[in-house]
Write a protein that binds this ligand. Structure first.
Ligand SMILES: *[C@@H]1O[C@H](CO)[C@@H](O)[C@H](O)[C@H]1NC(C)=O
Ligand SMILES: *[C@@H]1O[C@H](CO)[C@@H](O)[C@H](O)[C@H]1NC(C)=O
Ligand SMILES: *[C@@H]1O[C@H](CO)[C@@H](O)[C@H](O)[C@H]1NC(C)=O
Ligand SMILES: *[C@@H]1O[C@H](CO)[C@@H](O)[C@H](O)[C@H]1NC(C)=O
Ligand SMILES: *[C@@H]1O[C@H](CO)[C@@H](O)[C@H](O)[C@H]1NC(C)=O
Length: 311
């Protein structure tokens, strides 16, 4: 169905314009200092570079030694993505399509998206400054791998290790782009104190991107919404050029590449945010029975006790 000319297509044409002007600038600027050229080549659009507003591509982790170490922010969900991705609902639903996060039903059968085991926060939050005027502030959430189990899977990641990403939104008044910034990594299990595996930052990033760009798209098990994504690398000046190994938590290095994903919706499924921007009126269905809910609640309690024992 033809989509009305939306913010989405406007963003697309801005992006095209940006690329054309960047190319024009690059070719007419042969005599400029190298760093100017590099800057043009590396900022790929759909977000504001945090370093331009006093932020950085590194989180602030808690209880590090020495203090102040962080983890690489290594994925951006570009604001040139489908408008549905610019809502919390769409962002989490897309996460479900690549097996991250959890979907829980409340006592009246209304579903909601969360990142971690039963919507709890397991472990210290990290902070980041995206240069948008919001300053250094805690992550919005942490989305764990769910191994294809939308209710309990993230609890397994917490206990057994695996992939996860921390999330911040660039929506401060100085740079209100709406882009999502992710710090992805692969961690060890609880008995290893959730240490990051060797090369775990780059591996975490690459795994999220590998899933996101799967040929044919990715489908949310909650809404049947289908997403496709394209990835572009960004790196160089204004990224990790002045961040060293010694600034990174657990002393694990990174290749310094940020992957910028532009996510589209190819089938709106029952995702309300996708329907709104494509003109449909479909509402998300949950289809939970009271028995499912009781079961979820009792397994939930059990899991909390089990985790408490492990800790
Ligand atoms: C931010 O996260 C830290 C670590 O989890 C926590 O101690 C602190 O209270 C949080 N700050 C806010 C404002 O929520
Ligand atoms: C910024 O985005 C976060 C995450 O979606 C949200 O919780 C917060 O309310 C937003 N802030 C503003 C000012 O819109
Ligand atoms: C998703 O598709 C499956 C298979 O066609 C169907 O059984 C299920 O009800 C659909 N879910 C939603 C929320 O539409
Ligand atoms: C970045 O892009 C180049 C060229 O397309 C590619 O060879 C490289 O593997 C990419 N880097 C990462 C970390 O994916
Ligand atoms: C890194 O570069 C940014 C600008 O890109 C600058 O504001 C910051 O002070 C630099 N940090 C270090 C440690 O040199």
């Amino acid at each position: 169905m033809p989509r009305p000319r939306s913010a989405h297509s406007l963003c697309r044409s801005h992006l095209a314009f940006g690329l054309v002007s960047a190319a024009a600038l690059a070719s007419s600027a042969v005599a400029s200092p190298l760093h100017v050229l590099e800057k043009r080549y590396t900022d790929v659009g759909g977000y504001a570079n945090p370093t331009a507003g006093g932020g950085k591509w590194l989180t602030l982790a808690r209880n590090t030694w020495p203090e102040g170490l962080g983890e690489p922010i290594n994925i951006v969900i570009s604001a040139n993505s489908h408008p549905a991705l610019m809502t919390d609902e769409g962002f989490y639903d897309w996460g479900m399509s690549i097996n991250f996060g959890t979907y829980l039903l409340d006592a009246s059968g209304v579903g909601s998206y969360h990142g971690e085991c039963f919507g709890q926060t397991d472990g210290a939050r990290q902070a980041a400054n995206l240069g948008d005027g919001n300053g250094m502030h805690n992550q919005s959430d942490l989305l764990r791998e769910n191994f294809g189990d939308v209710t309990y899977g993230v609890c397994k990641e917490s206990a057994n290790g695996g992939f996860h990403y921390r999330v911040w939104r660039q929506n401060g008044t100085d740079a209100d782009t709406g882009a999502w910034f992710l710090a992805a990594s692969e961690e060890e299990d609880l008995s290893n104190n959730h240490m990051i595996v060797d090369n775990g930052y780059d591996l975490g990033r690459d795994e999220v991107v590998r899933r996101a760009v799967a040929p044919g798209g990715t489908k949310s098990p909650i809404t049947n919404t289908t997403y496709t994504a394209t990835a572009v690398n960004a790196s160089g000046v204004g990224y990790f050029d002045n961040i060293t190994f010694w600034d990174i938590n657990h002393r694990i290095s990174t290749d310094g590449v940020v992957m910028v994903l532009t996510v589209d919706v190819t089938d709106p499924g029952t995702l309300a945010a996708a329907a709104r921007s494509t003109g449909d009126n479909a509402a998300p269905g949950t289809g939970a029975s009271a028995a499912d809910l009781a079961r979820a609640a009792s397994v939930g309690l059990f899991a909390v006790f089990a985790l408490a024992l492990l800790l």
